[in-house]
Design a binder for this molecule. Structure first.
Ligand code: PMV
Length: 337
């Protein structure tokens, strides 16, 4: 059995706008997807998943009659999960130059599915890495990030940026602008996550922003403004000493930009009542700033607060199912015992 893990992420700035070539700054967090792979003698694939937001399921495909999973979860979620694994294994077969390779795959993840913390990217990155290594080969993180992007992009009908997959493969904070991807230095930020227990449909939300942007010039301007504030945020991070605790002034300035970013995402129609509520609970608890993270529609917010106040306020906030502190994951994909 070969196991790899890869981290989830939050967007400090720039989701959605990154789809149109603006920069984004995601940051990997210590919540991981672990994927274990065993090569098979035939060309079939068997996937067992034990995901935080699913009850767990097993599904097998690649034979004469593909088995329908007998599970107590919405079939769309299972299809989405197996779709990502299928594409990831396709990339692994391609890297191994063995189109017939079969695998037994076990997924465990503590990243909520579809909640904006990059669960699918983490599963795809870890699955490609584990499948390739299970056959005694290796793959470097840049190639892995590219293959994971190809897999995710295929499942999402071409509407994906490189941000999630690159961040998950490399770890740390990264900057993504079109095909230009690079790690950046960032201090350890006091990130607090609120999760409403829900999920947004990334494809639908991206399509909604695209439609708005095509119809209204002010929506196109909003996307550009997100790009501008992301550049400003990057500048603040670049000026900070990554080895030092972030200063109160830095947190205050980053927080203001996050608040602004949330407002603009809201204007683009991708927030939701529960995300707004959690953002307001965080602000009222005197977080330095708070915004939704990822595609939106439901899922997670990220706030900056070095005290316990925001996490506690979120725990008591109606509509917040889980609140936790997230550490920066400096390591991206890695081999596990
Ligand atoms: O919610 P997530 O983790 O799938 O993030 C989606 C981020 C978008 O910018 C909306 C799309 C993308 O691929 O960058």
């Amino acid at each position: 059995m070969t196991t790899s893990s890869a981290p989830g992420k939050v967007y400090l700035f720039g989701e959605h706008a990154v789809v149109y070539g603006e920069p984004a700054v995601p940051c990997a967090i210590e919540r991981r997807a672990r994927v274990s792979v065993e090569p098979r003698d035939d060309h079939r694939v068997r996937v067992e998943a034990d995901e935080l937001t699913l009850d767990g399921f097993t599904v097998e495909w690649g034979g004469e009659t593909d088995e329908q999973p007998d599970v107590d979860v919405p079939s769309t979620l299972v299809e989405a999960a197996t779709g990502y694994v299928d594409e990831a294994l396709g990339q692994a077969r391609d890297a191994l130059d063995d189109p017939e390779a079969g695998f037994d795959v076990t997924i465990e993840s503590d990243i909520p599915l579809g909640g904006g913390l990059g669960s699918s990217a983490a599963v795809v990155v870890a699955a490609i890495d584990a499948a390739v290594r299970s056959r005694g080969e290796s793959i470097d993180p840049e190639e892995l990030a590219d293959r994971a992007y190809q897999a995710e992009s295929t499942v999402q009908g071409g509407e994906a940026s490189r941000a999630d997959t690159y961040c998950s493969a490399m770890g740390g904070a990264v900057r993504v602008e079109g095909d230009d991807t690079r790690p950046i230095e960032a201090p350890e930020l006091p990130l607090v996550i609120g999760y409403d227990g829900g999920a947004g449909d990334t494809g639908e939300l991206v399509a909604g922003v695209r439609a708005l942007k095509e119809e209204y010039e002010f929506a196109a301007d909003t996307v550009e403004t997100i790009g501008d504030l992301t550049r400003e945020g990057e500048q603040l991070l670049a000026e900070a000493d990554p080895g030092e605790e972030p200063s109160p002034v830095l947190l205050d300035e980053l927080g203001d930009l996050m608040d602004f970013n949330h407002g603009l995402l809201s204007a683009l129609g991708v927030s939701s009542r529960s995300l707004d509520r959690m953002v307001w609970s965080a602000r009222e608890a005197e977080a330095e700033g708070a915004k939704l993270t990822g595609a939106g529609g439901g899922g997670c917010i990220v706030a900056l607060d070095r005290t316990q106040a925001t996490r506690r306020a979120l725990e008591y906030s109606p509509g917040c199912e889980q609140a936790f502190r997230a550490e920066l994951a400096t390591e991206g994909v890695r081999a596990e015992e």
